[in-house]
Design a binder for this molecule. Sequence first.
Ligand SMILES: *Cc1c(COP(=O)(O)O)cnc(C)c1O
Length: 408
Amino acid sequence: MSEALKQKAAAADAADVLSSRRELFSLDDGIYLDGNSLGALPAHVPARVADVVQRQWGELRIRSWDESGWWTAPERVGDRIAPLVGAAPGQLVVGDSTSVNVFKAVAAGARLRPGRTEIVVDATTFPTDGYIAASVARMTGCTIVPVDPGALASVLGPATAVVLLNHVDFRTGRLHDLPSLTAAIQGAGAVAVWDLCHSAGALPVDLDAHGVDLAIGCTYKYLNGGPGSPAYIYIAERHQGAFDSPLPGWHSHVDPFAMAPDHIPGQGAVRGRVGTPAILSLLALEAALEVWDGVSIDSVRAKSLALSDFFLECADAQVAGGVRGPGSRVSLLTPVAHGERGSQLALRCAEAPAVMGRLIERGVVGDLRRPDVLRFGFTPLYTSFAEVERAAAALVEVLAEVPRGTLA
Ligand SMILES: *Cc1c(COP(=O)(O)O)cnc(C)c1O
């Protein structure tokens, strides 16, 4: 790889306002471009989790529900995530998996629009979202309408109850236009549910500013909460009074310890709770979120775009035919336009399994989406321009090493 690109990387790292954040993470010499699947470990988290286990659980035991703030942790951690997605406090609650929160949001969204019969889902959605929306449709007697988000207007109408869209497509890294799509959905009188798994922590979302109705997202990707860390649901304040959860567990009751036979929901985001939260994971997440203190999401976005632009520049300069043009061995699935790009690049290559296998052997960890997509995620809190240059160089070398037609 050319000396000029190395120098460019060094200059960009020297000017990077986020560069010191990397020290907050537990990383090694490898190049980790898979933080869009599982965020890296913030170095202070193990000691904090040990305290939760040994002191809060081991010594305080049941008292921790009050004294260690376990009971209110779902709302507290929700409020900690809120600024990252542009939400005022009191609208996010954390608990359960993303899949379960998709269920809550789509079903409760449909209940906000009784009499309407269609649930619209993006046709290329992450599978779990589609499976669960289809199940909600079966339970409610609604019909699923799959659509390419670009063609959303053509399916919206008086029958549309809810629309579930991904802010960033997990496979291609395409960013959908949340403000205009939300406006179109609401213009048809329907409820907009956004899945933020691949955007929260990577780019500004501005839920309140754009008047989103409901949103959900996971915390183990860009938010670094740890494997299986609980997801969140955003319930816009104006919907909280009417939000009728399909999973009304005792933790969303107005008075859980009344142990009453009838469910009377509490007020606020607490309506998104179900039952006893996974406290160890939730408090690991709470500790992990400290790496965001003082970080502006605009600076994260600016660096994310600069990192992915730089990767493209390095790869384009070295791969025969480049990585953007048709006909070259590697072709970019992610839009080049900044307004349409999330924080990952997806490259299609017939030999993708072999290529990714060899990259990982060299310590460059991206991932593979079968059969032929290479994904590289850019996590501005801990990825440097020098690493991006080395990763692109490794990709160029591996492509030269793997003959066409190699499958594994
Ligand atoms: C990662 C991801 C999920 C994961 O769902 P889990 O219930 O946490 O397994 C769901 N939807 C999208 C769009 C994702 O990117």
